[in-house]
Design a protein around this ligand. Sequence first.
Ligand code: FES
Length: 175
Amino acid sequence: MKIKNPKMSGVKKDGLKPKQSRRDFMKTAWKGLGIIAGIEFTGLTLHYLVDRKDSDENEKLFEAGLVTQFPNKSVTPFRNGHFYLVRLEDGGFIAMSIKCSHLGCSIMWDEKKNEFICPCHSSKFSLTGEVINPPAPRPLDIYEIKIKDGKLFINLNKKKSEVSLKNLNSLMFSN
Ligand code: FES
């Protein structure tokens, strides 16, 4: 009868294969980690896609009215929407938050001075929402505007925190 050499077959007396089983264990571990990484990646991708879908669904559109009902160089307050709709001289629109960027008091439009004034600590803002007088630390928040069928819709869930001449052009819409 032929007796097998345990070292040649890699089998110990206790039936384990020490070198083989360690290697197998590492292979299995790496496979497991690969699967986990794949699941994580898929999860992150789905999360990103769902978030994008949610952000579209979470639009809070406020119907401000027809584009044609707002004359150029006008400021219209929308108290129930908490924003001012500014129509610039060239026909462009800006929708800006009524809240002061300092501590959130409601700003007021001063037509004679052509500026927004905060009654709480006297901050002043230009027609385009930029700070003229501190303590306001930054421009007024502005909202995304959409035009559909000749009507203006203000997305109250999408704020842009800065108004600069550079990005102003992209925010303006002409009729
Ligand atoms: S809250 Fe407007 S200046 Fe302070």
